[in-house]
Design a binder for this molecule. Structure first.
Ligand code: CAA
Length: 380
């Protein structure tokens, strides 16, 4: 066991930190207010290799490991969780899914562009009536020989309005339940594919979240990912990696709030001294530090499991459950430490508190993580 980061990992972390400070920080409040994340910043993240972090360089990726992914996600999320969710979805749910389960043709056609940031990807599983209960897919894809016909609605889709490539999960044979589900690649602009209005959200307001509608969308058979009926397992395996991404996002949000609170507590004076000299504040900082450190170890453990080729379904659920709880609780504490200033946008912590909430909801709610963990430990 080695708890030290390598020189290479430190360089990767520093590059992400530098990008977050110089490029993301300046406009982050404005982007949150306007609910907008500019294409130029996505392009820059692509140039830095952040859009295909773990993808093999032969497909245009950076060929880094999952530890590097976590480090980049933490640094981006400390400053702007709207940027980091775009990175997480593109990397974990779209690039990984295609690299691990796609055909060579699919990789050449889509992955090479997604990994460089030329294309942006979206992952479409959730529906109005199938959020946590992901096997209850109402979207259908009827097999018509050389193509499928796709009908249905997908909700809360990250990158929904601006993606080029959408991985869509749909039911192809209802009688087979989870074994009758498939995953398809749908290109933006395909006839019958409509992008609904953007959601007005509590947090991660710079990220682009939409409802999508598919009306008799014709999908060539070669756009199915994996063998017939493997779509649910594809979604579950892909989401396990996604949960490492969201866990590291939660970690970054918590760390960002902690750093702001620590700095503020050494500057702000009350009762004749800096507030960090009051035990009420110092103990809050101690709790924040301890629990964030514990979350980091869980996130790194799961990333390491993935890099070692071990099963990471359980460790990713544990990391996400814990890191998202820490992010929610300690962003609230960071606002408290800032007092009245914490309620004001220019101090950043109120945004981090709003952004933290989604980490307990998307890519499986905390309650879903407990299902995954409890089933896993009871199987032992
Ligand atoms: N790997 C491989 N196979 C798996 C698996 C995994 N991780 N998890 C389940 N399966 C298999 C099961 O073994 C089972 O196969 P058999 O029938 O052969 O035994 C089959 O899949 C069905 O599994 P379950 O019986 O466990 O299914 P379930 O209905 O009880 O649901 C669940 C399981 C864990 C609750 C699942 O529905 C789930 O994870 N729900 C949450 C969905 C989710 O995370 N949504 C997030 C949306 S994406 C998003 O948020 C992206 C974004 O934009 C940020």
């Amino acid at each position: 066991m080695n708890f030290n980061l390598s020189e290479e990992h430190l360089m990767i972390r520093d590059a992400a930190r530098d990008f977050a400070q110089t490029e993301l920080l300046p406009g982050v409040i404005d982007r949150d207010n306007k609910q907008h994340f500019p294409d130029e910043l996505v392009k820059k993240m692509g140039e830095l290799g952040f859009m295909g972090i773990m993808v093999d360089p032969k497909y245009g990726g950076s060929g880094m490991d999952t530890i590097s992914y976590v480090l980049i996600m933490e640094e981006l999320s400390k400053i702007d969780a709207s940027a980091s969710v775009m990175v997480s979805v593109n990397n974990s749910l779209v690039c990984y899914g295609l690299e691990a389960y796609g055909t060579e043709e699919q990789k050449q056609k889509y992955l090479t562009k997604l990994a460089t940031g030329e294309y942006l990807g979206a992952f479409c599983l959730s529906e109005p009536e199938a959020g946590s209960d992901a096997t209850s897919q109402k979207t259908t894809a009827l097999d018509k020989g050389d193509h499928y016909i796709l009908n249905g609605t997908k909700n809360w889709i990250t990158n929904g309005g601006r993606a080029n490539v959408y991985i869509v999960i749909a039911q192809t044979d209802r009688d087979k339940g989870s074994h009758g589900i498939n995953a398809f690649i749908v290109e933006r602009g395909t006839d019958g594919f409509h992008i609904g209005p953007k959601e007005d959200k509590l947090g991660i307001r710079g990220s682009d979240t939409h409802t999508l509608q598919f009306n008799d969308v014709k999908i060539p058979k070669e756009n199915r990912i994996g063998t017939n009926g493997s779509g649910f397992r594809f979604a579950m395996k892909t989401l396990s990696g996604g949960r490492i991404g969201i866990a590291s996002q939660a970690l970054g949000i918590a760390q960002g709030a902690y750093e702001l609170a620590l700095k503020y507590s050494k500057e702000r004076k009350a009762f004749g001294t800096e507030i960090s000299n009051h035990q009420a504040i110092a103990f809050k900082l101690a709790d924040m530090y301890t629990e964030i450190e514990a979350a980091r170890l869980l996130v790194m453990k799961s990333a390491k499991d993935k890099d070692l080729g071990k099963n990471y379904d359980r460790s990713s659920a544990v990391a996400k459950l814990y890191a998202s709880k820490v992010a929610m609780e300690h962003t609230v504490e960071a606002v408290q430490i800032h007092g009245g200033n914490g309620f004001v946008k220019e101090y950043h912590v109120e945004r981090l508190m709003r952004d933290a909430k989604i980490t307990q909801i998307y890519e499986g709610t905390s309650e879903i993580q407990k299902i995954v963990i409890s089933r896993s430990i009871l199987r032992d």
